[in-house]
Ligand binder design. Structure first.
Ligand code: AMP
Ligand code: MG
Length: 305
């Protein structure tokens, strides 16, 4: 099969210390051998990250993750409940952890995830090593949810094409470093779902290290909570009641479904940006469920640059 041959060739690239972009259920990742300091360094170089933020290490099973980090009972329970899936778990690095220190940006902890995408899992297995895989975009730009987005950013890069990402926003990051679960980044698994699994409400979000306020930025400016559209603006709508507008318009979910909106958020930002408008006006998004992650990404897209 062509996909199988593509994966074998991509795994050979990874083993040679080079980068490969691959699909996950959240967004496309820029993958490298997590155990190779040089491989990890090439990821920072390609993304032109202004600083060495810690990266998520992707593995093919919970048992592999349990070898790389020290999981408490609660952390293990979350892993079993939500993996494969859009949840990243931060735990202390295991004593024998072979992942490059650069992937942890010098911290004594490690962020781990099992992605829910067959191509990602096959690539990890074929490579025989865990993979770091931050989103496959230059630092600060809109995350890619299709292979075409990645090719637009990195024309020379090997890209495995898995079609559109089903979840569409990055993983939820939870840390277990001080005996309790802390939400570091809202994402594709809702706070409500996490709280139910943990049997607690988890009302606080602590911010993950290295998170820049301006991120996910289109070339156009972004105006939030728009209830009307101004001249020269494109409209990113949500729900059935859309203000009158004759210019470029996309609706994240005409029925007001937040999962549907998350899945097409970055795709619609890419599409409206391609219209070369000066500004994108975004309608209000409810804050519950996946709305929290959508709101986080849009707030950063709108932040001063
Ligand atoms: P990205 O791979 O760019 O989607 O983002 C990785 C996210 O995981 C960022 O929010 C990081 O700050 C967070 N992260 C990765 N490693 C750690 C760690 N060791 N401790 C806390 N947060 C981490
Ligand atoms: Mg990113």
């Amino acid at each position: 099969m062509r996909q199988g041959m593509d994966i074998a060739a991509a795994a050979a690239e990874i083993k040679a210390g080079r980068l490969v972009a691959f699909p996950t259920e959240t967004v496309y990742g820029l993958g490298a051998d997590a155990t190779s300091g040089v491989g990890v360094a090439r990821v920072y170089e390609a993304k032109a990250r202004p600083q060495f933020n810690p990266l998520i290490t992707h593995v093919a099973s919970a048992d592999e993750a349990f070898n790389l980090g020290d999981f408490s009972q609660d952390a293990k329970a979350l892993a079993h409940r939500f993996w494969p899936g859009p949840l990243t778990i931060v735990v202390p690095r295991a004593a024998s952890c072979p992942v490059a220190m650069l992937a942890s940006a010098g911290l004594s902890s490690i962020a781990l995830r099992v992605p829910a995408h067959e191509v990602a899992l096959e690539l990890i297995r074929a490579s025989g090593v865990p993979l770091v895989a931050p989103s496959a975009n230059p630092s600060g730009r809109i995350s890619p949810t299709r292979a075409e987005h990645v090719r637009g950013y990195f024309p020379q890069l090997t890209v495995l094409d898995g079609g559109a990402c089903a979840v569409g926003v990055e993983s939820t990051v939870v840390s277990f470093l001080d005996g309790t679960a802390r939400l570091l980044r809202p994402g594709g698994l809702s706070r409500e779902a996490l709280g139910i699994a943990l049997g607690e409400s988890n009302s606080e979000i602590l911010h993950a290290p290295g998170g820049l306020l301006s991120h996910y930025a289109p070339n156009a400016a972004v105006r939030l909570n728009a209830t009307h559209v101004e001249p020269g603006e494109a409209l990113l709508a949500f729900g059935p009641h859309v203000p009158a507008h004759s210019g470029p318009m996309r609706n994240l979910s005409p029925s007001g479904d937040l999962a549907e909106a998350a899945a097409c958020l970055f795709e619609n930002l890419h599409a409206l940006d391609a219209e070369k408008v000066a500004r994108i006006a975004v309608m209000p998004i409810p804050l519950h469920g996946l709305g929290e992650a959508i709101h986080d990404r849009l707030t950063r897209a709108a932040a001063p640059r």
